[in-house]
Design a protein around this ligand. Structure first.
Ligand code: FPP
Ligand code: MG
Length: 343
């Protein structure tokens, strides 16, 4: 495998190798796709077409892959994993996609994954209802698992998604945000669903509490790292790479790790950034350009990379309890694939 080094001396796996990392669960991922293609139908051809459109736009299917790798890495037998694990993988993608359909309404987004959003093509009301319909399909999947513990986990996950979004709204244009509060929001918004999938898989395999707990820790750390890297790319990426203008979060008053680290400094640059956020000057093109420059030139990027590294290391450590397997290797390498996006 073509492994190179980051500036921090960590090995990285180049992003084009995601397919290779997911190879050990390729057959199962195809079953997930098959499920999404054939089961998301409705009596109304109009609704079926809409559901189809949402999933046709694709996505990396990271959450289902994490469930399947966790299932395989904690499966004691040599046979195939059960149908329940496929349903678990499907339901994480349904919840994720439903939350994005709702998120596009909240953000007023016009495109996602290169396609027009439902709220843009039709309207907000229809998009809310299609998101609800996907949540309903996820509930049906959940009932098929017939495991009250897993039902409770995903009930909590859906509540966390809402809590994360509400916290983000309430923190808009607040320049005095604490790191703990940012991390908590990232857990609710992103890591909770990662962790839910990762530790429900060993629950369905009837593993020990120690193994279940370790996979939960892995999912949480990986999810936080994922969100930190995503937030970093909003600051460092360019419009072509991101498929959206750079600094979109900050322009909406959403303070994430890179800006937060600069805001915590006692410097004139920090003061200027405070002012740009609090006066909402970041909403203008000149204001956001100035804010991005301040964040990039005052150590915001470097501090964020080292924060992401801490969570990546935590994720690696949580896997130490698992026996060696190519599934465990993929879980490990996924951490570095994700971290490599910081380059
Ligand atoms: C993307 O964030 C959005 C999320 C990670 C979750 C959004 C959750 C909700 C809207 C609540 C869902 C509703 C229910 C009923 C559970 P982003 O805006 O940072 O990323 P983006 O750039 O991909 O839009
Ligand atoms: Mg959004």
């Amino acid at each position: 495998m073509n492994i190179s080094q980051t500036s921090l001396g960590q090995p990285i796996v180049p992003s084009y190798e995601l397919a290779q990392l997911l190879e050990p669960v390729q057959t199962e991922l195809e079953l997930v796709e098959e499920w999404l293609r054939s089961n998301l139908v409705d009596n109304s051809p109009f609704i079926s077409e809409l559901l189809n459109q949402v999933f046709k736009a694709g996505g990396k299917r990271i959450r289902p892959a994490l469930c399947l790798l966790s299932a395989k890495a904690t499966h004691s037998g040599t046979g195939d994993i059960s149908r329940l694990q496929i349903i678990l993988a499907v339901l994480t993608e349904l919840i994720h996609t439903a939350s994005l359909v709702h998120d596009d309404v909240i953000d007023g987004s016009t495109t996602r994954r290169g396609q027009e959003t439902i709220n843009r093509k039709w309207n907000d009301k229809l998009a809310v209802l299609i998101g609800d319909l996907l949540f309903a399909q996820a509930s049906v999947c959940l009932s098929r698992l017939m495991n009250p513990e897993v039902v409770g986990i995903f009930g909590q996950v859906i509540g966390d998604l809402c809590a994360g979004e509400i916290r983000q709204m309430r923190q808009q244009f607040i320049a005095t945000l604490e790191l703990d509060s940012y991390i908590q929001k990232s857990i609710w918004k992103t890591a909770s669903l990662f962790a839910g999938g990762c530790h429900s898989a060993p629950i369905l395999n009837h593993c020990s509490q120690t193994v279940i707990g370790s996979l939960k820790e892995y999912g949480l750390a990986l999810g936080i790292c994922f969100q930190i890297v995503d937030d970093l790319l909003d600051i460092t990426g360019d419009a072509n790479q991101l498929g959206k203008p750079a600094g979109r979060d900050l322009a909406h008053g959403i303070v994430t790790a890179p800006a937060l680290f600069v805001l915590q400094q006692k410097s004139s640059a920090s003061q200027k950034l405070h002012e740009l956020i609090q006066t909402r000057a970041v909403c203008t093109s000149d204001g956001i350009a100035e804010a991005l420059n301040i964040v990039r030139q005052n150590g915001g990027v470097e501090a964020t990379i080292s924060l992401a590294r801490q969570y990546a290391d935590k994720a690696h450590k949580s896997l130490s309890i698992l026996p060696p397997s190519n599934y465990k290797d993929s879980l490990d390498n996924l951490v570095e694939w994700l971290f490599a996006r910081t380059n």
